[in-house]
Design a protein around this ligand. Structure first.
Ligand code: FNR
Length: 360
């Protein structure tokens, strides 16, 4: 029997052994040279900690809030596509794990369980991630369904005007299955003899003309708070604050879109400064350790989202695997806070990390 994983990274190998290579590559891979994929993680290694001592750390409180919703720790589940390729229970298993860990799952627009199935299996706070298709009515229907089913916020992903070039998927002839939320709305089948059908499907359907002005359209069809996911510059963070969204996610889509986009942790501080505290900043990309969560919080993130580790946990051990992944990150964060002299989340400050910039 293989040894039980002792950290989140060890779930990756278990996932690789558990699922077909084509699906594993889809989950693990990034765009083109995968430079940003490696950088997302490497950039964390270039940040060190500045622990403080002789602080009472006999009790550590990880709890925090996101958009006013309380969660047990500043670690959320990022929207990722097609969970049934990892495990037969798909997003329902992931959502149950999120509820058990008392955190928020962002359900992907491109999920293999429906908005309704996930809602009925998970009473915890859930957010819904949105892509806007050329057919705006498709987005509108999904937004209404998310509202009706108690999702508490919309996470509008803005870094996919077209799909990034993921070469592993092209080589594997990766075919996306039917996207359950879209059943009956229009055909999700795309002819494909060779290569990945996902690129063609995405490029045929996604609205590449979406602009800042369109946030007003989205606001006109929903009362839910809107979070924009995929911000990498101070300039865009200022625009997001100007259009009055409820929050942003610093993200390069797990390095699956634009290769040579910066490691997300390397631009977090720029984005946080630009917002001047007007809107909350969430973060994702390369979070694999409690110390990574701590670093992101120190640089101004309110919470982090975790993508691949959750899928690897799901592939390896279903709902229990996802739970374990979140618990591991929570336990590591708790220890990091204790050893850094930060009993509460709000005690984690900029002075607790040393970045490359500080060394210049
Ligand atoms: C994603 N991501 C993503 N984002 C989104 O807004 N909608 C989606 O459907 C997906 N799908 C998706 C599938 C897979 C397999 C991956 C790995 C990622 C991006 C995701 O939300 C998040 O930004 C990254 O996964 C964060 O990086 P890490 O944690 O995977 O390093």
């Amino acid at each position: 029997m293989p040894a039980e994983p002792v950290n989140v990274n060890e779930f990756q190998q278990l996932a690789k052994e558990a699922i077909p290579k084509m699906y594993y590559d889809f989950y693990a891979g990034g765009a083109e040279d995968e430079f940003s994929l490696k950088e997302n993680m490497e950039a964390f290694r270039r940040i060190t900690l500045r622990p403080r001592v002789l602080v009472d750390v006999s009790r550590i409180d990880l709890s925090t809030t996101v958009l006013g919703f309380p969660i047990s720790a500043p670690i959320m589940i990022a929207p990722t596509a097609l969970h049934k390729l990892a495990h037969p229970e798909g997003e329902v298993a992931t959502a149950k794990a999120a509820a058990a860990c008392n955190t928020i799952m962002v359900l992907s627009f491109t999920s293999t369980c429906t908005v309704e199935e996930v809602a009925s299996s998970c009473k915890a706070v859930r957010f819904f991630q949105l892509y806007v298709y050329k057919r705006r009515d498709v987005a509108a229907v999904l937004v209404q369904r998310a509202e009706r089913n108690g999702y508490k916020a919309l996470v509008l992903t803005v870094d996919v005007p077209r799909l990034g070039r993921r070469e592993a998927d092209i080589k594997n002839n990766m075919i996306a299955p039917q996207l359950k939320n879209l059943d009956g709305l229009f055909s999700t089948q795309v002819e494909s003899d060779k290569g990945s059908n996902m690129e063609r499907f995405a490029n045929q359907t996604l609205d590449a003309s979406l602009r800042w002005e369109d946030i007003a359209w989205l606001r006109s069809i929903t009362n839910l708070p809107i979070i924009i996911k995929g911000i990498l510059t101070g300039e865009d963070a200022i625009k997001a604050a100007e259009v009055g969204v409820a929050g942003i996610v610093v993200s390069n889509h797990g390095a699956r879109q634009l290769d040579y986009s910066p490691a997300t942790i390397s631009v977090l501080e720029e984005v946080v400064h630009a917002t001047k505290g007007k809107i909350p900043v969430l973060f994702d990309g390369g979070v694999r350790r409690g110390t990574d969560v701590f670093k992101a919080l120190a640089l101004g993130a309110q919470a982090v989202l975790v993508g691949r580790p959750v899928i690897f946990g799901l592939a390896a051990k279903g709902e229990a695997g996802v739970r374990r992944v979140i618990e591991m990150l929570k336990n590591e964060l708790e220890l990091t806070m204790a050893l850094s002299g930060c009993p509460r989340v709000k005690d984690i400050t900029r002075s607790h990390v040393r970045t490359e910039k500080d060394r210049l």
